[in-house]
Design a protein around this ligand. Sequence first.
Ligand code: ADP
Ligand code: MG
Length: 702
Amino acid sequence: MQADILDRDIKFLPGVGPKRAELLKKELGVTTFGDMLSCFPYKHVDRTRFYKISQVTGDLPYIQLEGTIVSAGITGSRRNRRLTAIISDGTGQLELIWFKGLRWINDLVKPGKKFIVYGKPTTFNNKVNLVHPEMEDPAKQEKQIKSALQSFYNTSEKLKNNFITSRVIGKIQNQLLKLTYGKIKETLPERLIGKTGLMNINDAYLNIHFPQGTDKLRKAEARLKFEELFYLQLNIVRQKAVRKDKVKGLVFSKVGDLFNDFYHNHLPFELTEAQKRVLKEIRKDTGSGKQMNRLLQGDVGSGKTLVAVMSMLIAADNSYQSCLMAPTEILASQHYGTLKKMLDGLPLEIGLLTGSTSKKQRRVLHDRLLNGELKILVGTHALIEETVQFERLGLAIIDEQHRFGVAQRARMWKKSLHPPHVLVMTATPIPRTLAMTVYGDLEVSVIDELPPGRKPVATAHYYDTHRERLFGFMRKQIASGRQVYVVYPLIRESEKMDYKDLEDGYESITRAFPPPEYVVAIVHGRMKNEDKEIGMKQFAGGNAHILVSTTVIEVGVDVPNASVMVIESAERFGLSQLHQLRGRVGRGADQSYCILMSSHKLSNEARHRIKTMVDTNDGFEIAEADLKLRGPGDMEGTMQSGFPFDLKISHLGKDSRILEYARQQAIEITEEDPLLEKPGNDILARQLRKLNPELEEWSRIS
Ligand code: ADP
Ligand code: MG
């Protein structure tokens, strides 16, 4: 087969060479022609307009003009050394000034030479000039691929210091396209292109870098986004199909005594309709003979734990063991306590394994897991260590999935001779598009209903100047027996500034709520564990009116009597964090409140976040907004596990329609030709193999 022109080493491109190639590799990860062409511009700027010098004023944004150099010369010495050139276009004269690279520019701007000049006008001493403008030789431009839209590329400090600016990258792309245009092999099957009406690969690359009109630019973007998302989905969808086919699932054939006894004699309340529906879905999966891989999403407090417990009872009824893994020790012990209490009286052994389990206890646990005595194991990461093996593990449940990495999830598969059913749970709602990608090979269940009797939390936004009003509200709530959280942002554990905010805040609150009438507790990350515990217990036990804290309370605290959540500097929190914090209140029967405090100075984005919180309690809506604002890489929920895809051109928040469409195409192709053997589909197999091999590995195990 003929070598692909895009696989050529970038150092062989005229004008690049080994030194620049090294830099491009280090800074942008570029090694081949293809890599370089896939460094897409982040914006395009209209360059059709030329200004006349007589029109130029100091307050204009970037301008472009064409003229002839009248004179040029270096003046001043040392720090004041500068090169000044005068350019004229017949309507007037303009000063161009440089402070750096003088020798090189001096050779360039000879009197009588013509230039296209691009820069931002500034005014100095009542005179308009351009400082460090870009200079282009119109004659040289003749030989370039032209476009009315100039592309702007991401660079880095290091690249810029080596004169590889956005503009230089543009020149490299130009060079590259002159060489490759028309020779780039198509990467999507003809049939798919025909069916979808997408632009071909050669025109797509040409028009993304050098748009031959805005319409063509839009088509190029659509094609490249589709391709990116299509291959992502094709990989996920195929892996899912292959796995379904290959891995035999354990069969939980019946619902037995343990489940029924619990359901009829132990369950303290009615299940919500959503809980019932999800349990049915799980029942169906685990009885089907296929391995279950299911994601259970449900907002904070929606009752996921109960679903987990009842699923584990079904496993036990079929003589299988289960495990439940939680991200923190606090949460694991809390689950263990809940399970012990809920299942009290049932003939079922439960164990707890965390980092603080002693060696001796561990040995006992290991033995009892291997001989099958222990039916349920609750724990932290400690649970996935290789030494932990089960006799017959039938169901592995992971709570707060987003706090674990994918690899950790995968290790659950190897805990027993046969891979267990897997249920992962998360309270961080994931927008559909993200779920389709990050968890694209899992079935999804949603608990979209809170247990009855919960009142939605009322949310308000106060400016710092209204602190007295806030304090008044807090006093009223405390007088009626409620407790109040006051949370300060702690972006980085190490930042002294944040602690200063917290300490100042604590002082001002104790001044406004003085002892002995009021008790104010404080908890933050710098305190010793015992001290944290004391503050926490004081508040949880109802012995403090106010808890001042950092976000350490985000996970694992449950104080139903606390009905007010005050979030200080709310503009500094991300949306999902705000939502998680708000989830700490609204657990009891009383009306709860969340008050977002902020300064008057708000960025548009912060204002939007706060408004979203005030407008809705719906975790999914909030997650969608978050995705649109920030993009998937920064989303809580993917951040910890690391978003595994490096999307070059598409945006999961903004390109959801293309994504849905691409996924649909991927599903159709997979159903029709799972092994990608049909004529024309070999292109797909080849591209998949070429794309990130880690990706393939990743999908198989999740
Ligand atoms: P999460 O989904 O956040 O993990 P939990 O499972 O911790 O939520 O449940 C939150 C609270 O709601 C618990 O105190 C639990 O006992 C209670 N709960 C769960 N299901 C129901 C129900 N159907 N009716 C009433 N209360 C319920
Ligand atoms: Mg939970």
